[in-house]
Ligand binder design. Structure first.
Ligand code: SAM
Length: 293
């Protein structure tokens, strides 16, 4: 069953509902490595597609599903890097999709953007959802879906819920298809897990309390609200974030399960069927998992 029903979704995802219009201007205050993680996602796609030159990047023709696409940050970067892909952006918060659509229309024109991107309002954990329903939202003539990207969207879910989403991702991909999964993760080591959580909290406290001149200038009048947003983000992080460790088994003392997590991203992705799983990027809680079918 979907975890966040309407009223709870409004509270947990305040930044994607009532405050969606400030998301783009304030998101870098919420994450120490927000831009670096997004740059690395595009780099990983370049490696996967072997597309380092403009010609080769333009020849990449497939559909890419973006789960929790928000206002389009990774979506625009992928569309810029690979101009012949079709992006299927899925999100369960309508105000985020509205921001994304406004930007698509400004960049490509109202008549043109639907040939580049399809936006779909859906909860990836909805019981009624399956690969067929998602694929049927692609327009006729859209190329085959060969990759899935998701950024900062799944860290609110339990292991069981994530496994459901990973099985769906697996079903959606052809053999050799790729999942690039950037998000907040924890550590098997309880000590490092708590450092990483503290690092996340301190970043939010510092950056919203003292936004730099450039951010202040960009925020204009809204800069006055940064303290309110800071409290909302801290509450969100403490109450709703459930980061899972990526690694599994490395530090488990021989013959004991003390301190070892009950699950890990590697195990969950393996159970869903993914065969090649790696973590090419990590910075405290932020990380990218690369998983191939
Ligand atoms: C922090 S934002 C990230 C947006 C964008 N990917 C980025 O990196 O800026 C998380 C997004 O995931 C969406 N989301 C969270 N859970 C979801 C679910 N179960 N189904 C669809 N979208 C979801 C939220 O609505 C929100 O727009």
């Amino acid at each position: 069953m979907a975890r966040f029903l309407d009223q709870q979704k409004q509270m947990a995802f305040f930044y994607a509902e009532q405050d969606a219009a400030c998301y783009d201007d304030t998101v870098e205050l919420t994450q120490p490595s927000y831009w670096q993680l997004h740059d690395t996602i595009v780099d990983l796609f370049r490696y996967h597609f072997g597309a380092w030159t403009t010609e080769r990047a333009a020849a990449v023709r497939c559909s890419v599903l973006d789960v929790g696409c928000g206002t389009g940050v990774e979506g625009f970067r992928l569309l810029d890097a690979f101009p012949s892909i079709h992006l299927l952006g899925a999100d369960f918060c309508q105000p985020m999709l509205e921001q994304f659509e406004r930007k698509l229309a400004a960049k490509y024109g109202t008549a043109e953007w639907p040939s580049k991107c399809t936006l779909s309002l859906l909860d990836i954990l909805d019981d009624g959802l399956n690969a067929g329903t998602i694929l049927s939202s692609l327009p006729q003539g859209a190329p085959e879906l060969k990759a899935i990207v998701t950024a900062f969207a799944l860290h609110h879910y339990t292991a069981e819920e994530k496994l459901r989403a990973y099985r769906l991702f697996f079903d959606l991909l052809p053999a050799g298809g790729l999942l690039v999964y950037g998000d907040l993760f924890s550590y098997e080591s309880p000590t490092v897990a708590s450092y990483a959580q503290l690092h996340e909290e301190r970043w939010i406290l510092d950056s919203f309390s003292n936004p730099n001149e450039e951010v202040r200038g960009r925020l204009g009048e809204m800069a006055k609200n940064t303290e309110v947003l800071r409290e909302l983000w801290i509450e969100h992080l403490r109450r709703y974030n459930l980061p899972t460790p990526i690694e599994h088994g490395w530090t488990r003392p021989h013959g004991s399960s003390n301190g070892a997590p009950a699950e890990s991203e590697v195990l969950l992705l393996r159970s869903a069927g993914f065969v090649e799983i790696a973590c090419p990027y990590r910075y405290f809680q932020a990380g990218i998992i690369w998983a191939k079918k």
